[in-house]
Ligand binder design. Sequence first.
Ligand code: GTP
Length: 295
Amino acid sequence: MNEQDYRCGFVAIVGRPNVGKSTLMNHLIGQKVSITSKKAQTTRHRVNGIHTEEAAQFVFVDTPGFQTFHRNALNDVLNQSVRDTLSSVDCVLFVLEAKRLTGADREVIALLPKNVPVVLVVNKVDRAKDRDELAAFIAECRAEFPFVDVEAVSAKHGHRLAELLDKVRPHLPESPPLYPDDMVTDKSVRFMATEIVREKLFRYLGEELPYAMNVEVELWEEEEGLTRIHVAVLVDKDSQKGILIGKGGEKLKKISTEARLDLEKLLDAKVYLKVWAKVKSGWADDVRFLKEFGL
Ligand SMILES: Nc1nc2c(ncn2[C@@H]2O[C@H](COP(=O)(O)OP(=O)(O)OP(=O)(O)O)[C@@H](O)[C@H]2O)c(=O)[nH]1
C-alpha cells in the first residue's frame, strides 16, 4: 500500500451518561481500556483507545458523559473536558440509546461542534427490534442536528461496528499512523489498575457513593513472579469509609479480590493487592486537589 494513502485521526465518543460509550470503545478496539457500569458517569478520565487497520488508524477519545445533575466542581471540570475534546478531533461519534431522546441528550447535542463531522450512533438496537419505529426515531434525531451519517449498532453485542468504522474512515485525514500497530491504549498499567478498582466500587457500592471517591496507587513493586500493589480509596467522610469496608470487612474484601483477579489477567502475573480506605474531607469540591490528580 502507498504510504500516502494511509489515514489516521482522532475520534471523540460523546453522549449523555449510560448510553454505552465505554462499551462501544472497548468493542471497537477489542480490549477493555475503559470501565463500564450500569450507573451513570463512570468515566472520569479521558482514555485513548487505538484501532489499527491495514490502511487506517482510529484513535478514540472517550469523554466523560455530559453531567446534568451532581453539580459540583468536579462536574464543571468534566463538562469543560467534553468541550475541549470536541474542538480538537477529526470526527465525533454522538451516541444515543435507541428510541430514547431525552433532555440530557439534547444538552449534549447543544455542545456538538459545527466544524467537525458528527456521526450519529444509535446504540442498544438489540432492545429496539421494530424497524419502522427505529427508522422514525432516526428521522426524529436527524432533525435535531446536521449529522453527516448515521449507524444503528449494538455496542454490547458488537453488531454493525464494522459498518460504523466504514462511515468514520473517510473523515480521518491522510496521515501516517501515530502509534505502533500493536498498541491499544496510551494509558499506563498503573492508570488501568485504578480504573479496575473504580469499576469494582461502582459494582458493589450504592448509586451515589462512588462519585465521592477517588482511587490512587500508593505502592507498585515488581518482584520476581509477584506484583505488589497498594491502592487507596479516598472518601469524603468516616461514614462512607464504613460503607466501603462493609460488615466485618466483607465488602472491601470482595472489591479487592475481584480487582486482583482482573489485575492478574491484565499483568499476566501474580498480584498481591491491598485496597484501603482513606478519608479526605470535601475533596469533590476542591478543584486544587483535583488538579493534583490530573483531573
Ligand atoms: N442492551 C444493551 N446494553 C448496552 C449496550 N451497550 C451498552 N450497554 C449497557 O449500558 C450500560 C452503560 O454502558 P457504558 O458503556 O458504561 O456507558 P457510558 O456511556 O460509557 O457511561 P458513562 O461512563 O456514565 O458516561 C452498561 O450496563 C452496558 O452493558 C447495547 O448495545 N445493548
